[in-house]
Design a protein. Sequence first.
Length: 218
Amino acid sequence: MKKIIIFLGPPGSGKGTQAKKIAKKFDFGHISTGDLLRHLANDPHADPTDKQKLIEMKSGKLVSDDLIYKLAFREIEKYLSAGKGVVLDGAIRSVAQAKKYQEFFISKNLTDEVAVEIALSDEEAFNRLTKRRVCAGCGEIIPYLPSTRSLTSCPKCGGELKVRKDDEPAVIKQRIVDQGNAALAPILKYYENLGMLKKVDGAAPIDEVEEKITHALK
Ligand code: AMP
């Protein structure tokens, strides 16, 4: 089993849902840069200079690379030094970032990586994002599925369900420009050239996607 599992896919492809499941299944650390940034936004003691860099997030654009590296590398080191593997969720969104992570892994003598693409069209990504909700209490993402669409409160903590701030249609459009399939293509190529890429169809039901990922990781 590889120690570093990199999830790639457009926003709404189910990366977060699958990354959590896979991390739990293999007792790996789950590192979502989106979650780390939202945590920073809500931390009253955080460095104000770092907080200023979050402005891009509100409009659906990518935040600065240096902030991503600062937050993500610290978390990765934490899990690896505890002997655990990591699942990276949304942590790599450009070729420049992919290269920087590679440098980081090499500097730590880590070459044990696999990248998993969860493939989904931009149209389907847009539809999913406009309909999904988030729990205001615990941050759980509630996807739009036959089994969840009539929920009025969070199945985990009972909290109120809301639309995430960057799930407003104008912001979603920007996120798909910046982080959709066109933006993803050179990153996928990068990992393909390294012989690390696996591809799974993200349009399938959640359990089926999980099964295919588990199989691809073996
Ligand atoms: P997510 O929760 O993964 O959809 O991320 C939410 C937002 O955080 C994105 O729309 C970006 O603004 C920002 N973000 C998350 N990860 C990264 C990253 N690796 N590079 C740049 N910005 C990021």
